[in-house]
Structure formats: C-alpha cells, structure tokens
Design a protein around this ligand. Sequence first.
Ligand SMILES: [Zn+2]
Length: 473
Amino acid sequence: MSFTIQNVLIPDDQGYKTVDVQIQADRITAIAPNLPAVGTVIDGSHQLLLPGFVNAHTHSSEMWQRGIIPPSPLELWIAELYEFTPLDPEQAYLSAVGTAVETLMTGGTSVVDHLVLIPGQELETIAAAERGYRDVGIRAFIAPLIQDEALSAGIPTGGDEVKHSSYQATTEAMLDLLQTAVEKFHRPDEGVEIMVAPTGIQLCSDALFAGCIELSDRYNLNRHAHLLETKAQQLLAQEKYGCSAVQHLQEIGFLSPKTSLAHCVWLDDHDIEIMAETRSTVVHNPLSNLRLGSGIAPILKYRQAGVNVSFGCDGSASNDSQDLLEAIKMGSILHNVTDFDYLHWITPRQAVEMASLGGATGLNRADQFGSLEVGKKADLVLYNLKSLSLLPRTDPIGLLILGRPVNVVSYAWVNGKQVISDHEICNVSVNDLAEKLFDQSEWNPKRKSAAVAQTEARYRSVMGLPEIAIEQS
Ligand SMILES: [Zn+2]
C-alpha cells in the first residue's frame, strides 16, 4: 500500500516545518514540501508526525492484576503476582491485545513483551501473545521470560543457610523451549521477533545465560533481562558472584549492542562504564520503580556516559497502565531532582528521541526504524494538534511530553500498515476487548496472598526492617 501524508508538521533543528511524507510499501520514500501524491492521501494539517515509540519493557499478562497488588517492594510484590498469575492462554491473548492497544494509543508502535509463561503451556502462551500482536498489528518483540531457579532464590540470604526448592523446569528444558519458539514464531520481516530473555541474575544460573547467548548468536536474536532493579538484587549479586551483577554479566558475555536491560537502578560508576563500553541499553521504567519503591535509576549519569536509554511501561501490575506517554513524561522529569545542574535535564525533544531512536537502538534496529528518514520503515504516529490537551498552540512536542495528552493519536502505521485511523484502533474491536476483560474478571479488593505471608519475614530481616507479626492466611 502507498500513501502520502500532506501538510504535516515535523520537528527540525530550527523548530518545526510543514512537509509531505510519501510511503510506499513498508517504507518512507520521500519527505519534502509539495510532493506529488502517491496512493491514498492523508490530510496532515494541524497534526504532528513523529516516529513511533518503543514500549521497551513490559509483561502483558500483568494486565489481569493491575490495580490490585498493595504497595510493596518487588520481592514481595512478585510473590503475590505469581500466585495469582493467569493460567489460560486465552487470557494471555486478551492481555497482549490490551497491551498493544494501549501502547499504540499513546504513541508506541513497537512493544517488548517480557512474557510470563503459563507453566505447562509455555508455547501456547507465546502463540497466544503472538496472535494478539499480529491481530492488532503492532511490531512485537516477544521475550519469553525464563528462569531456572525458584522464586525464593531471588532474595539474599544475609549469610543464613537457606534451602530453595528446585525450579519446576530444567535449564535444558527452558533452552529447548526457546529454540522451538524461535523456529515457530521468529519472523523479523513480518514484525514479530523472539528475544532471549532470562529474567535476571536473581533467578537464573550461568548455564541458562550461556545457553541464551548461544541462541542469540546462532539466530541473531536480541537479548533482554531485568538488571539490578532493587537494592536486594545488588546484595544478592555480591553473595552470588562476589562482584557486581554488571561485572558478572560482562564476564559471561551477555552484554552487547543487542542487549537491553530493564531498570538498572542500582549500578555504580564502574558498572556504568561497562554499560557504555559494551554498548548495552538501559530501559527506564520510572513508574514501576516508583510504584515498587525500587529507587531512581541514575538516568542522567547514563546519558552523560554515552549509554543508550529507552523507556518502558513495565507490566501493568507495577505501573498500573500501559500509557507510554506517561512513562516518558515521568522518566524525563523525575531526574531533575537528582541533579541541580538543569543543563543536564532531559528536554522534551531528547525524550522523544530516547523513546523512538533509543528504543530502536536497544533492539539493534536503529538502521530500520526510530526516526523520520527516507528509507526507514514506516512506523509512524500522527498527533492531533487540535486535541484539547494539546492546546493552546505553544510547542507541540513540549506539550506532548510535559502535558497530560488524552486521546491525541489520530493515525498510526506499523511497517506501512495502518493501525489507527481517526483516533480508532483499526484491526480489533476495543469494545469487544473491554467486554471480554470485564466478563473474565471480578472486583476483588480484599484478596490475600499466602505467598507474601511466607516470604515477608525473611525479606524484612535481610533488609534490616523491624519484625512484625505476620498473619498467615
Ligand atoms: Zn519487568
């Protein structure tokens, strides 16, 4: 399909200019004023065109638990999350659709889904999410979340002897599963990629990392993991390796330009140097870090050291939404409190570049998408500058990033295919989705987690918190 967006505002070095943009098949073929129209004509007047953003870290099935987990740190939050995680692939399908829809409606055209797998139905989970993303038409990087250690191993021992039960699946089984997923679903030309994604050092053996590196090299797959999200993980790395997690990941060869790492809250200056040296990407998830009290990632330091940074929403149970513009806003202004030198602060235009080109760079695809350039894939978003929340006319990007944009995306395309038209999602019915989400859930504000009750005493002791009486449910 070919189309031409006429009279649209795009940013340039001086501010903004009005141009026409031609798209043929899946690519941008021309950007200039007054181009001859090819294919369908889209009226771009009073609209701002930007490259699509990347929602560079999320867990789609957490959508089923958004809003319900009480304020608690990651190590307790995750115990509750896993206790109530959905067990039906149809739910995984619906939450992938929901994640894609919310990402698209807030300026994203790509999503990295660090997908929690249903035990015993791992491939079915991946198939369901893949079908959801294809149905909506978003560019999907599916990163099956694998581990080979039990959840309790993710909390430092504090020097005590702690016995962990063994994980439900072996390292080999996890790697075999990943290989099957690659063979079945990895289709970069069609906008669906599989990534290798051990959940993180806290729950993965070196053998699992080594197997992931081997698969990544063999099939040219991107690599993804959580990294030093919490203070507890920093302590755990010291117990486990006798050095920082970043040093260890460098030693075993996991860090590379194909590697994106979610959170990166607890890195020191030497770790930051390693991240820059290995050209690894930091995925900043500010809302999740605040929600779980994980800390403020040193994003300004990363940028000064030349480390690529992109933005993620993180799963909807730690955010509790997939509003990418909200994550970008928070991820930009949060750091102003960490450095008095305002010249280091992130400007709205820098935030846009981090979310688009930074996102593509983190996926080793900066040559293919992430900016408005001839030859690049047409992953494009039009923002309606007559939307109330983008008025009055001041600086469109300033207001888009610093304001509270509501329903501002009027059109969007992925790989040159239209996914939003006149503020509506094209390929699935959002009303049907809402009906199904409503019917398959129930209000449950008094839910109690037995898993949290089991873990809480040890967590409090290791973290030096006062003892409390814990009610076993
Ligand atoms: Zn995560």
